[in-house]
Design a protein around this ligand. Sequence first.
Ligand SMILES: Nc1ncnc2c1ncn2[C@@H]1O[C@H](COP(=O)(O)OP(=O)(O)O)[C@@H](O)[C@H]1O
Ligand SMILES: [Mg+2]
Length: 254
Amino acid sequence: MTVDLDIEGLGKSFVVKGKPITVLDGINLEVRDGELLVIVGHSGCGKSTLLKIIAGLEQPTAGRCELNGHEITKPGTDRCMIFQEHRLFPWMSIENNVQFGLKGRPKAERQRISDHLLNLVKLGDFKDAYPSQLSGGMSQRAAIARALATDPEILLLDEPFGALDALTKIELQDELLHIRKQQHNTMIMVTHDIEEAVYLADRIVVMSTRPGRIEEIIDVDLGEHRDRGSNEFAAYKSRVYDHFLRTREVVKAS
Ligand SMILES: Nc1ncnc2c1ncn2[C@@H]1O[C@H](COP(=O)(O)OP(=O)(O)O)[C@@H](O)[C@H]1O
Ligand SMILES: [Mg+2]
């Protein structure tokens, strides 16, 4: 099935100490089938809230969010979210973590899926290990394998590599691209790392400060194998930085 995620006029307000605070305002976005869409924006501009609405974990207060023609009102197996911290179950082996969402399926099928995914994320030799025995990068790879087990149409990644050291982060970025090539999921990822956005994204959504609005959507036309040192790469980075500097000045001036 092709993925068609359509966000129209989306808004979200929270009531904090009796006062409404608008976090997202007038978000219009169509996510294309199979694309890797990266959302960047200042801290607190509503990026996580937007992902949670797509995941069905929060409800919008204005507008709509539709997946394949159906309004999203609750979580479903067609969407899966990955967080900065891996959230694996510490009392289960890595293999049992990956098989967790497959309860009720025949044992051989569960085994086949977890073997495939653990090999895909290069943890084939660690299926009997427990989360506490893995490094940060390995745990996050296990979390990705667990998320993929139910074959979600959309993977939602909220700063998934934000807590990793620089070299592990680069490794995981390449693995994410590899996984995507094999599995063809649509991915929506939030990051505050502009280089990561330019390295991974088909399109970058730049958000304004709160209330979060879409400032610009940038098509990243750098092909499959991207060179972080190239002039073209630097040009995309400075285009995104310009937005951040501009919006920061607005905040300072107000
Ligand atoms: N459940 C909630 N109740 C009240 N305020 C919230 C809630 N969730 C998020 N917020 C507020 O909404 C704003 C945006 O949060 P968030 O989406 O987490 O931002 P980001 O991920 O871009 O840093 C923040 O000011 C945050 O405090
Ligand atoms: Mg966030």
